[in-house]
Ligand binder design. Structure first.
Ligand code: DC
Length: 226
């Protein structure tokens, strides 16, 4: 009997700061390659919304154990484009700036990150996976065949975020968004566990002056060469 095991499905890891366009880019790369797609930030955001529902505050030490438990048991389902938390559609609720900021505070806690790890790895299925986040290439899928660090200047990212929010018919304050984004980058980069940074084996792509399609084709070109 053969003892050979089949290789694990390929992973393309796309990490980078908030509003770098990695979500759009990663899902387009996944669609073109026929791969699965993991938006790992959505999982942190769902935890943020779930902790609000449970009235748990990450700033309160007495809530830490309950938050870690919630991370391990988070009752979330991804149904097509919809994100469902215990039967409740939270697809819109997780996309607010507030949920993003809250997620970044939860993401600093190592035991919370550990609780969400296997849930992310479960997305790795044949024929392959494109995963976007902050630590896809370092912690979650260190054996990814391609690791991209996608970035853009804070100015360009804030402008994109404003367009996104206005596109939803909501009002956006550029200065406030720019400040939030810089604060979130700072927290994501400075945390002790899985900080946001390019790793020695990642390819850095600054897309400040690139269109989405150009970014997608660059990554697909790289994916085909590894
Ligand atoms: O990518 P995003 O903006 O949806 O992520 C929201 C927050 O979740 C982000 O500020 C930090 C955290 N996060 C993380 O720490 N690790 C990931 N792999 C993805 C997100």
């Amino acid at each position: 009997m053969s003892t050979a095991t089949s290789p694990l499905p390929k992973v393309i890891a796309i990490d980078g700061p908030t509003a770098s366009g990695k979500g759009t880019v990663a899902s387009l790369v996944a669609a073109q390659l026929g791969y699965h797609y993991l938006d790992s930030g959505a999982i942190y955001r769902v935890l943020a919304v779930a902790s609000e529902h449970a009235a748990l505050d990450v700033a309160k030490p007495e809530h830490q154990d309950a938050l870690v438990k919630l991370a391990w048991s988070l009752p979330v389902e991804f149904v097509g484009d919809r994100v469902v938390l215990q039967g409740l559609d939270v697809s819109a609720a997780i996309r607010t700036e507030e949920a993003g900021l809250h997620a970044s505070k939860l993401a600093v806690v190592p035991d919370i990150r550990a609780g969400l790890l296997q849930r992310q790895r479960d997305f790795r299925k044949a024929p392959g996976l494109v995963a976007d986040g902050r630590d896809m290439g370092s912690v979650v899928f260190p054996d990814a065949s391609l690791k991209v660090f996608l970035t853009a200047s804070a100015q360009v990212r804030a402008e994109r975020r404003v367009r996104q929010i206005e596109g939803r018919g909501q009002k956006a304050d550029f200065q406030a968004i720019h400040a939030d984004l810089v604060a979130r980058d700072e927290r994501d980069m400075q945390r002790a566990v899985a900080p946001l940074k390019p790793y020695p084996d990642s390819r850095v792509l600054d897309c400040s002056d690139m269109g989405i399609e150009q970014v997608v084709q660059t990554i697909i070109g790289w994916a085909q060469s590894v």
